[in-house]
Design a protein around this ligand. Structure first.
Ligand code: UD1
Ligand code: UDP
Length: 376
């Protein structure tokens, strides 16, 4: 008997990380009917991804509003999903990671007594407010989920420590590596206007420092510190900073206030995925608070300085692909300059094997669900 799968996604990273999995299920048409529902938690930043990966959205709830609050978005997601779930009547609902879309998607699935598959399960900082609200979002989803697709053994251990049944946990690697490898391959013969503009923007003779940031716990003082650190780093004549600024007004307003029209700093709009991958490849160092970028950069041999006080991705810190630098100006500047000055350390980081995956995560998830459903 064919099974019906409903993917619920809403933000840029969910779409990037679910794209390879959606494509796997879609290419198994004889076993699965696959549907995709976007909550529209993100708008422009989501469209960039669905276009590139050619994801067909069957249901678009179009919920994003400017500077949305967590509570209003959550309640709208919950009340809107019932109609979709009732129409599709899926056997399984898949959610990803730790966003408002994923946790409230999981709750909606639970209220309708539909089995939940959680992709990127088991990440924890054990700090309720950092990252906020993601730490609680993924813990809630973990309580509800029936199947837990843990990217690493550490993530699996976190789940087992919460008394999750080991038979329902599958270590898969992170699907973001599947997505990244697909993008790198497609970039070989791909015309992309944003890449052409970037080629004209960046100075090939300088070391490119790529920056992104959007974490809620960094709003206010944290972002001011980060901007001050970037101003300090940009004084060095052999570096150039390029910063695709997240569209959250709490980010854009601060970043524009401190960093507009400064020499050696380019502020640009969020880049489409292939352009961002291209730019990561051209960078020397990446400064970020992003989760996905911590996972992708090691595959491209790029060191990541994580501008946060903790991370649910300890594997990179342990193996040395990422360095946790916090959000104090002095420390960000020092760690960046140390790395710029130490070629030996820099080169050694580039050699470290990516601890987050091998590009086969989606097929492992598909096979797990096939086996659960007694599909050969
Ligand atoms: C969300 C997720 C976060 C994830 C991040 C990825 C939650 C609570 N937060 O944070 O876990 O790491 O996405 O980027 O789920 N906006 C636009 N256009 C867009 C996207 C956002 O204008 O395409 C603006 C809107 O004003 C929106 C605001 O950004 O209200 C905040 O978006 P929201 O999804 O609530 O939070 P993020 O900071 O993007
Ligand atoms: N990314 C992108 N364009 C950008 C910045 C990031 O496509 O301008 C990609 C990046 O490669 C990664 C994902 O977006 O796959 C990370 O998203 P984000 O940092 O918004 O969220 P997080 O991973 O922290 O949840």
């Amino acid at each position: 008997m064919k099974k019906k799968i409903l993917f619920i996604l809403g933000t840029r990273p969910e779409a990037i990380k679910l794209a390879p999995l959606i494509s796997r299920f879609k290419s198994n048409e004889s076993s699965f009917d696959t549907y995709v529902c976007s909550t529209g938690q993100h708008k422009e930043m989501l469209d960039q991804v669905t276009d590139f990966f050619e994801i067909n959205i069957d249901f678009d709830l179009e919920l994003m509003t400017k500077n949305q609050s967590l509570t209003s978005l959550s309640s709208k997601i919950l009340s809107s999903l019932d109609t979709v779930i009732n129409e599709v009547k899926p056997n399984y609902i898949f959610v990803h990671g730790d966003t408002t879309t994923s946790s409230f998607g999981a709750i909606a699935a639970f209220y309708n007594q539909i089995s939940v598959g959680h992709v990127e399960a088991g990440l924890r900082t054990f700090d309720k407010y950092s990252p906020f609200p993601e730490e609680m979002n993924r813990s809630i989803t973990g309580r509800i989920a029936d199947f837990h697709f843990a990217p690493t053994n550490e993530a699996k251990t976190n789940l087992l420590n919460e008394n999750i049944d080991e038979n329902k946990v599958c270590v898969t690697g992170n699907t973001v590596i599947d997505a990244l490898l697909y993008a790198v391959e497609k970039l070989n013969n791909y015309k992309n206007e944003e890449i052409e503009i970037l080629k004209k923007t960046i100075n090939k003779n300088k070391k490119i420092i790529l920056v992104t940031g959007h974490r809620r716990e960094n709003f206010g003082q944290g972002f001011q510190n980060i901007c001050n650190a970037l101003l300090e780093i940009s004084k060095s004549k052999d570096v150039e900073i390029i910063y695709p600024v997240h569209l959250n007004p709490n980010v854009v307003d601060t970043v524009n206030k401190y960093l507009s029209n400064k020499s050696n700093i380019h502020l640009v709009k969020p880049l489409n995925y292939p352009a961002f991958v291209w730019l990561m490849n051209k960078s020397y160092i990446i400064l970020t608070d992003s989760g996905g970028i911590q996972e992708e950069a090691p595959s491209l041999g790029k060191p990541v300085l994580v501008m946060r006080n903790n991370t649910e991705r300890p594997e990179g810190v342990k193996t040395g692909t990422t360095i946790l630098v916090g959000t104090e100006t002095k420390q960000i500047v020092k760690k960046t300059n140390d790395l710029l000055a130490n070629k030996e350390l820099y080169d050694s980081i580039g050699q470290i094997k990516n601890p987050y995956g091998d590009g086969e995560a989606s097929i492992r998830i598909l096979n797990f669900i096939k086996s659960e459903s007694n599909i050969k």
